[in-house]
Design a protein around this ligand. Structure first.
Ligand code: GDP
Ligand code: CA
Length: 314
């Protein structure tokens, strides 16, 4: 059966579920990836979330680290530091190839969508990987009286400052790409998944691309909680929620997706929140939402797709 599925994803959490989905769906999966994390560094255009998805689906991701390429070497970074260059953002020798080719492509005036499609083909990826927009969007982290670019907050400062909000620089100039429109309006599209990605800095930028939200109204939308038992599995999502005066709970994530998602997937640890989430107008699937290994990724992907099917058939 050729049911087509779209997944909205950030980096690590998104890529884990996307990996499971790709196993089940192959070319019938399209992934719309956050580009709010993208930045320019040492003269290169870097797209951390897209690269994590590409490396994961290409089977070359470093599973332990959660980002980058397995078996990576660091000669470039060592020498960069030795010469006094900025070495806080870790660029591996192999990883560099993608950044160089992308920078060259963009300098020639190519669209990010086309560049990413070429990388995906070269890496043998069947799923369609789509940047959320071709225009640059840059997530700025607000803290105290100032703001700083996302990678400065995330990597250089290791999320050690409190956040008070976010600004998506350039979002008003961004637009849904023709490829995303075609995917979202495909007659065989039957489910849109919001991956267990960071709600603020991975999912929100995607949903904020002008015109994106209306594309999510045609088919059931299912979101998977990135928060399990009051904690993020990885990264600053729970910390951000507390700093933004929200409880770090699956329910609080569900609340952000109220009116948008038809179903919400939570872990057994949060089962007691199911009635409150259902009261927001969503069906709830309670399962093991932690993806420890490849089998878990495929299992959670299958359970989520079955859940989506049950919503469609009432
Ligand atoms: P980033 O762009 O690399 O930060 O990655 P994402 O935004 O896609 O994912 C980050 C989120 O993934 C964090 O909030 C984690 O809690 C969540 N996450 C990571 N692994 C898992 C998992 O196995 N299960 C669930 N439910 N969430 C996960
Ligand atoms: Ca990210």
């Amino acid at each position: 059966m050729s049911r087509r599925v779209v997944a909205l994803a950030g980096g690590v959490g998104g890529a884990k579920l996307v990996h499971g989905l790709a196993n089940l769906l192959g070319e019938n999966l399209s992934v719309i990836v956050n580009t709010g994390d993208d930045f320019e560094h040492v003269g290169l255009s870097i797209c951390p979330d897209i690269d994590t998805v590409l490396y994961t689906l290409g089977g070359i991701a470093n599973r332990v680290q959660g980002w980058g390429i397995e078996g990576e070497s660091w000669s470039f970074l060592d020498q960069l530091g030795r010469l006094g260059g900025p070495d806080w953002f870790r660029l591996g020798d192999r990883d560099l190839a993608m950044h160089v080719l992308r920078t060259m492509g963009l300098a020639r005036g190519e669209r990010l969508t086309d560049i990413v499609a070429r990388f995906a083909a070269r890496l043998g990826i069947e799923a369609v990987i789509l940047p959320m927009a071709d225009e640059p969007v840059r997530t700025m982290v607000l803290s105290g009286d100032g703001e700083l670019p996302f990678q400065d907050y995330f990597v250089r400062l290791r999320c050690e400052i409190p956040v008070s909000g976010f600004r998506l620089a350039g979002i008003e100039m961004a637009s849904v790409t023709p490829e995303i429109l075609t995917t979202m309006r495909h007659p065989d599209l039957d489910t849109i998944l919001i991956c267990p990605s960071n709600p603020f800095v991975s999912v929100e930028p995607i949903l904020s691309v002008p015109g994106m939200r209306t594309e999510l109204e045609r088919v059931p939308v299912i979101a998977i909680s990135p928060i399990i038992a009051g904690q993020a599995v990885k990264g600053p999502a729970a910390k951000m929620m507390r700093e933004l005066d929200m409880p770090a709970t699956a329910f609080a994530v569900a609340k952000r997706y109220a009116g948008l998602a038809d179903g919400f997937v939570i872990d057994h640890a949060d089962a007691e929140q199911a009635p409150a989430i259902e009261a927001l107008g969503m069906k709830v699937l309670v399962t093991d939402a932690l993806m420890r290994d490849e089998a878990d990724r495929i299992r959670l992907a299958r359970e989520t797709l079955d859940f989506a099917r049950s919503l469609r058939h009432g």
